[in-house]
Write a protein that binds this ligand. Structure first.
Ligand code: CO
Length: 468
């Protein structure tokens, strides 16, 4: 029997896409035992923006959340999204920090780690893979993930080539991440067939978003072309900027004669549970109707929706909205000059802001941000295609070339960890706190100070016995 499996995303990308990751653990704790029986390939419920949102907005310890998830999901693979050398942020961390973060993630219960680099520079995911092997052995699945983008250099052949490279590096599965939801059914067919032919038995996973309306057609075509795992969200948290719906694809694929391993009763109980939660967040304004609709403009302009709205806001702020069309035309030119980076955060903002600067000043690259300079220096990794020589000479000086090593290569000493531990002082309770501080220092300090105050109050006033 033909087979396809599903990764449920409601607890990570579903809620991240629709309601800016504001879903607290306590809201969904109760449904976890049912989700544990649903038969998902995995549940994506940690990493991505959940870590930051826990500390910044929800007054939750992300590590505590992970421990509780592990306890409530004894039969389900817990999956996290990991930005390779960027961990869960946007700057590059040293290898020892990356390794420690993954060691603690694995100790606390993660089973599947999807690892990507915004530029598809695989040097930036190698240390993560090594750490997963070191601490997870064969138990933990390392998924090599490629952000999907469209450009003259991002051909099917290129993605097939990259998949082979990921397999030879030692990744267990290959995932394709279409963050803007722009992959068409036609592209999915050629891409998935090409990759499956090249990698043989290695499972291939597709992650996409409904943003432009392509996702259902693309998902079906991908499954017909041999896809092994698809990311979906329970139906009330699906659609719009989130993933396609779990139940819908379950019913569709069942008719096609596919074995999914899913438990229909559990799937429907899960959706019934999340419906009133969704309504609560619509009512209090956290979940905006805008994120629930379909918007095909990303297909028209070939840039992600978030990048367009960001650009419009910038132009309005500068009282230069009349330059919108010119800035739009400038985007492909800037992207070409920069060697066609995938338009994913933070590169999408960098390209958008540069296009705006080029048309506002009336002279291309008269103003260049620190981020774009660092990118041209090679600090983000290797661009997919060569950067314009003229631009490179202008930024680096004639005759100078970008760095060809990774900026992290120089250091692997544990120094960052010790410094963070010192900075936390007596607020530090465990190694996990140190990692939180390294990733999000201010948020971690505020969280731990609040915890400490709570603790002191408990010690002074509580008469409850101490239970271990
Ligand atoms: Co996503």
């Amino acid at each position: 029997m033909k087979k396809v499996q599903f990764t449920e995303t409601v607890l990570r990308d579903g809620q991240q896409s629709l309601m800016a990751t504001r879903l607290p653990f306590s809201d969904y704790e109760e449904i976890l035992p049912i989700m544990d029986q649903a038969g998902y390939y995995s549940m994506e419920c940690w990493g991505g923006a959940t870590f930051d949102a826990c500390l910044r907005y929800l007054n939750e310890d992300p590590w505590e959340r992970l421990k509780k998830l592990r306890k409530s999901l004894p039969h389900t693979k817990i999956q996290m999204l990991f930005r390779g050398q960027n961990i869960l942020g946007y700057k590059h961390y040293h290898d020892d920090v990356v390794e420690k973060f993954l060691e603690l993630s694995i100790i606390n219960g993660v089973d599947v780690i999807r690892i990507f680099d915004a530029l598809n520079d695989f040097r930036n995911i190698r240390s993560s893979l090594e750490a997963v092997r070191k601490y997870g052995g064969d138990r933990v699945i390392a998924s090599g993930c490629m952000p999907y983008t469209q450009s003259p250099v991002h051909t099917v052949d290129k993605y097939v080539q990259m998949s082979k490279e990921l397999v030879s590096m030692g990744f267990d599965t290959i995932s394709i991440k279409d963050m803007a939801g722009v992959m068409s059914p036609y592209e999915a067919e050629h891409l998935i067939k090409g990759i499956k032919d090249a990698v043989g038995d290695v499972p291939v996973v597709l992650h996409t978003h409904c943003t432009t309306g392509m996702a259902y057609m693309t998902s079906i075509k991908a499954i017909e072309s041999g896809l092994d795992v698809l990311d979906t969200a329970t139906s009330c948290f699906s659609g719009g900027t989130a993933q396609p719906a779990t139940e819908t694809l379950f019913y569709a694929m069942r008719q096609y004669g596919y074995e999914t391993g899913l438990n229909e009763t559990a799937l429907n109980k899960v959706n019934d549970f999340f419906k009133p939660l969704k309504q609560k967040y619509i009512d209090n304004g956290v979940l905006l109707p805008k994120s629930m609709g379909t918007d095909a403009q990303a297909l028209v302009y070939k840039v992600p929706g978030g990048m367009l709205s960001n650009m419009m806001a910038n132009l309005i702020e500068m009282h230069a909205f009349d330059k919108f069309e010119a800035a739009l035309d400038e985007i492909p030119a800037v992207r070409k000059d920069l060697g066609y980076p995938p338009l994913v955060t933070p590169l999408s903002q960098m390209v958008g802001n540069q296009a705006v600067a080029n048309v506002i000043t009336g002279e291309r690259y008269k103003q260049v941000s620190k981020e774009v300079r660092n990118y041209i220096k090679g600090e983000y990794g290797i661009a997919p295609a060569p950067i314009s020589q003229e631009l490179q000479d202008k930024i680096l000086g004639v005759g100078n070339t970008p760095v060809d090593c990774r900026v992290e290569d120089s250091k692997r000493t544990g120094e960052d960890f010790r410094r963070a531990q010192d900075a936390l002082g007596d607020l530090c309770r465990c190694e996990e706190d140190v990692m939180s501080y390294i990733c999000y220092p201010n948020q971690t300090i505020s969280y731990l100070e609040a915890e400490k105050r709570k603790q002191e109050n408990v010690c002074t006033y509580s008469i409850e016995p101490i239970v271990n």
